[in-house]
Write a protein that binds this ligand. Structure first.
Ligand SMILES: Cc1cc2nc3c(=O)[nH]c(=O)nc-3n(C[C@H](O)[C@H](O)[C@H](O)COP(=O)(O)OP(=O)(O)OC[C@H]3O[C@@H](n4cnc5c(N)ncnc54)[C@H](O)[C@@H]3O)c2cc1C
Length: 503
């Protein structure tokens, strides 16, 4: 049997689903080009949502996938030098989270700042980039009914469409993931975080802009929650306002829908917590809330044990929110993009390694990594390598995201003063080095441990047989562990006993 690319099924056509498909095509060597089918439950790709922050690591990966150029060409989003932090009771800036980097060019090499962009614009750019890839098919209006996995394949059945069978299934179907709840780990169901997100877009005049207390994006704390005010496109004629509000669970999807429909009630709730009757002295906070049309309210869910729970079976892997949805912490999209590019590289590098190994040995019947008998082992090895590289980062991000939930809980006067004058500035200052390290991390080039190299963005594997190969592989992994987390991560890697990198 001759080598061929994987047939990959992806459930969910959101950020994770679309970027995984592109990453698989992007780094595959020509003879192992995968065929990718994406199944999205909606009849149209989901282009609704608020404005999200794309951090430097997110932009690096979108650039790698060819999406950033589309964003720039279409003038989507606005560059963010720093997210400034305010208390609504004072004009004085408390702190900021900066993306300026050492020379005001951004962070990393090459440097990137951040972009605030509507989720709708990001989805449009992703879909435009997808149309360049003949090997990717997006099937809309597909609701999964069941998933069956055997040692040789995985099959997804749909309610109103024929079933599809492939080598691998990637569950990119978001926080309420069918793949997780009905196949990978039905015990790890999504939980309401106790916070809801209310948002809207406000038309802005020149005088509104002149009165703004912030440059591009600001987090404004009150004693009753956290409110983001931001521009999200270059003309600054529209503003985005989004509030994170501690809110009791309404109990059902219908209940939340009913609350969301009453848009004036949502606006009144936000105004009551952040407007002048709540003591706010920042005029543009009031303007943004008053002018925002079509207020939208959605409950924020998370997946418990995001960093430690089960992500995979033999042929199925969860990615993005399906694996580890966490409360909003300003870096979610970057984390999702890291997942998708890293997993694509692991799958292809291991496939290539086995493929070159089987060609070297003259084997004619294994079909390289996709020979049906051994392919599940090869896929599982790639999954294991991915999890090994990824769990530390996700565990840390989940922990940090819980701090956001605590930071929006209602507080008294003194608690609020302590939080905004001491805790938040110290948290941001002490965490800045760590954040920069994350933003600099480049999962397009980090060592995977398969003896892989990148040539013109495509993977090639240099088999690491012999002492020299083993030593260079181990050194690459040690260097990577050091860059990613310093001494503790390096020690953990050495003692954790996962020796698949010793090839
Ligand atoms: C409509 C929408 C609006 C959002 N708005 C915001 C926002 O304003 N701010 C913010 O920070 N985050 C928002 N998010 C979440 C944010 O996009 C995700 O947290 C992040 O991008 C992770 O991406 P993901 O691809 O893992 O998950 P998601 O972006 O949630 O994508 C999952 C995709 O899977 C699809 N899907 C779900 N179930 C199935 C199924 N059974 N079969 C097939 N497809 C399925 C969904 O329709 C969706 O397209 C929104 C998500 C959605 C779906």
């Amino acid at each position: 049997m001759s080598s061929h690319g994987y047939h990959v099924l992806i459930l969910g056509g959101g950020v994770a689903g679309l970027t995984t498909a592109m990453a698989l095509i992007k780094c595959a060597p020509p003879h192992l080009l995968p065929k990718v089918d994406i199944f999205e439950i909606r009849d149209e790709p989901g282009t609704v949502g608020g404005a999200i922050n794309l951090t430097p690591n997110a932009l690096r990966l979108l650039d790698y996938l060819g999406v950033y150029q589309i964003i720039k060409d279409r003038q989507y989003g606005i560059t963010v030098d720093a997210v400034e932090v305010f208390s609504v009771y004072s004009h004085q800036k408390l702190a900021e989270s900066s993306f300026r980097g050492p020379n005001n060019q951004g962070i990393g090499s090459p440097p990137y700042k951040a972009i605030r962009i509507t989720r709708a614009s990001l989805m449009h750019a992703l879909i435009a980039a997808l149309s360049d890839h003949p090997n990717i098919t997006l099937h809309l209006g597909h609701r999964a009914a069941s998933i069956t996995e055997t040692s040789t394949s995985v099959t997804v059945s749909f309610n109103a469409h024929p079933p599809h069978t492939g080598d691998i299934l990637l569950g990119c179907d978001g926080v309420h993931s069918f793949t997780r709840n009905h196949h990978v780990d039905p015990t790890r169901r999504q939980l309401y975080t106790g916070v809801a997100n209310a948002f809207g877009f406000a038309p802005l005049s020149a005088s509104d802009r002149a009165a703004a207390h912030f440059e591009t994006s600001a987090l404004n704390f009150s004693r009753h929650g956290l409110l983001l005010t931001s521009y999200h496109e270059p003309t600054r004629t529209s503003g985005y306002v989004g509030a994170i509000l501690a809110t009791p669970d309404v109990g059902s999807r219908e209940g939340w829908r009913a609350r969301s429909i009453d848009r004036d009630a949502v606006r009144r709730d936000v105004m009551g917590r952040f407007g002048s009757e709540a003591g706010c002295v920042l005029p543009s906070v009031r303007t943004f809330i008053e002018k925002a049309a079509d207020w939208f309210l959605w409950p924020v869910y998370m997946v418990p044990e995001g960093g430690t729970g089960k992500w995979a079976t033999g042929r199925t892997m969860l990615l993005g929110d399906a694996a580890h949805a966490m409360p909003p912490q300003g870096e979610s999209t970057g984390i999702v993009l890291e997942d998708t590019v890293l997993l694509a590289r692991c799958l292809l590098a291991n496939q290539l390694l086995h493929d070159s190994g089987s060609s070297d040995s003259g084997s004619s019947d294994s079909g390289g990594s996709t020979g049906k008998d051994d392919s599940v082992t090869v896929i599982k090895e790639a999954f294991d390598a991915y999890e090994n590289l990824r769990r530390g980062r996700i565990t840390a991000a989940c922990k940090e995201s819980m701090a956001v939930v605590h930071s929006v809980a209602a507080t008294g006067k003194w608690g609020f003063w302590l939080k905004t004058s001491i805790a938040i500035p110290i948290f941001l200052r002490l965490g800045q080095a760590k954040r920069i390290r994350h933003f600099e991390e480049d999962v397009t080039t980090c060592a995977l441990g398969f003896g892989e190299q990148m040539e013109q963005n495509r993977l090639v594997v240099v088999p690491t047989a012999g002492v020299k190969g083993v030593v260079s592989s181990v050194l690459a992994r040690m260097g990577d562990a050091w860059r990613r987390g310093g001494l503790w991560r390096l020690l953990w890697m050495l003692v954790s006993g996962r020796h698949h990198w010793l090839r």
